[in-house]
Design a protein around this ligand. Structure first.
Ligand code: ZN
Ligand code: ZN
Length: 420
């Protein structure tokens, strides 16, 4: 019997996993200094949560959700994105009673039943952050500068920050009307999806990647020309703060984001090395969603970054993050079995990665393993070494060699920090 992973999912294995961990660690470090704390929500939620937040007519809800009935006939969905669960948790736990802003980040798998293709998976991973309770555009700018710092930390280059404002309840209806007018005599040429979008949410036509629709939307009115006074002030201040923080950006008036819940600020970070599907992070403001979920009116903003894309980019820029053992204790004869075990364990107690040879492996094969692991020091212990209390070491990177006492191994391999 032979088993394979399901279609469209993938294992993340060494050495790739080290890139993943590097990204996750950097996110945690950077997000923490901006005051974001981790929130771990379940990966299953009531289906309603996503229908309500993402929108009934979106591709995600219509075609891509992993939805099933459990044994008690509840409708359950594997989360297709991370914002709705965090908002559900924020409201359920009355976190609106805590001082604002409340800031959270999350990291983990999301699920969408998409046609598998290069770089697209049915179980994929996102890192995201959400901030609740502040409408001040300073926080919009802080979030973009946080993303910039995060991407710089992991070594991503050639990034573009695109921003837009899609207005609010007051000004968006006017813009929708302008779009409907614009597309009314172009309807025939639109793709079937966009014909439906025209009826339900014409803003989504601007998101369409179908060639015909891309052509037809040329010359469409810009949302930024329809903003109400308050949205304009918010958008101007946002840009002003971005300049103060040295976040380079361009305004992309066609970036309306596919989800229903966005208001005002939307943004995308794209990378020049990724082709058409080139967003590495995307997000925006969703000032209405907490209320939709039964909470008090609470402005909010967040983003998600796709781990697969980030790690692919880092892999191609050959960042060397594969860890290696500090010491390999090779054994020569049965006498050394116990000694190697004790030495390696003491090193591990000091936080040093140590490997040992196992009986049945020749010294040659032990040394080959040490080499393949890119070990820093190899020490060979046999009967003679145990008797004399001295052991030879070799540094594989430069071939240098020397001798150290058995009891001196620990300080030799991992010198104690000098107290200043
Ligand atoms: Zn407005
Ligand atoms: Zn279309």
């Amino acid at each position: 019997m032979k088993y394979n992973a399901l279609k469209g999912v993938h294992d993340i294995l060494p050495p790739d996993i080290h890139i993943w961990q590097k990204v996750e660690d950097a996110a945690k470090d950077i997000f923490s200094v901006y005051g974001f704390q981790e929130l771990r929500a379940p990966i299953i939620e009531s289906t309603d949560i996503f229908v309500r937040s993402i929108g009934e007519t979106t591709d995600i809800v219509e075609k891509e959700m992993y939805t099933f009935s459990d044994k008690a006939d509840r409708r359950i969905t594997l989360r297709p994105e991370g914002t709705a669960p965090v908002v559900r948790s924020y409201v359920e736990n009355h976190m609106y009673n805590l001082p604002s802003p409340q800031k959270f980040f999350y990291s983990g798998p999301m699920f969408r039943y998409e046609r598998p293709q290069a770089g697209r998976f049915r179980q994929f991973y996102q890192i995201g952050a959400e901030a609740f309770g502040v409408s001040d555009p300073k926080i919009d700018a802080e979030i973009l500068s946080m993303l910039k710092l995060f991407f710089e930390r992991i070594g991503l280059k050639d990034l573009n920050f695109q921003i837009n404002s899609i207005g609010c309840d007051k000004c968006r209806p006017g813009y929708k009307k302008a779009l409907i007018d614009f597309f009314s005599d172009r309807l025939e040429g639109l793709c079937p999806d966009c014909k439906r979008r025209y009826e339900i949410n014409p803003l989504r036509i601007l998101d369409c990647k179908v060639d015909a629709c891309v052509k037809l939307k040329e010359g469409a009115p810009h949302v930024t020309d329809s903003l109400c006074g308050e949205c304009q002030i918010h958008f101007d201040a946002f840009q002003d703060f971005l300049k103060s923080l040295d976040v380079p950006f361009v305004i992309n008036p066609n970036m309306v984001r596919g989800l229903d819940y966005y208001t005002r600020t939307t943004f995308e970070v794209t990378c020049e090395h990724l082709g058409s599907q080139n967003a590495v992070a995307a997000g925006g403001r969703y000032d209405k969603l907490v209320q939709e979920f039964g909470g008090p009116p609470t402005p909010a903003i967040g983003f998600a970054a796709g781990m697969e894309r980030l790690t692919t980019l880092l892999k191609s820029s050959s960042v060397d993050v594969v860890p290696s053992p500090k010491a390999f204790i090779a054994i020569l004869g049965t006498e050394a079995e116990r000694e190697s075990l004790i030495i390696s364990n003491r090193l591990r107690e000091k936080g040093v990665w140590a490997e040992i040879g196992y009986s049945g492996n020749s010294l040659k094969s032990q040394l080959r393993r040490a080499d393949r692991l890119s070990t820093e020091y190899v020490l060979i212990i046999g009967e003679d070494e145990i008797k004399s209390g001295k052991v030879k070491w070799k540094r594989l990177s430069d071939g240098s060699q020397g001798e150290v006492t058995l009891s001196g191994i620990y300080d030799f391999v991992s010198p104690p920090h000098r107290v200043l």
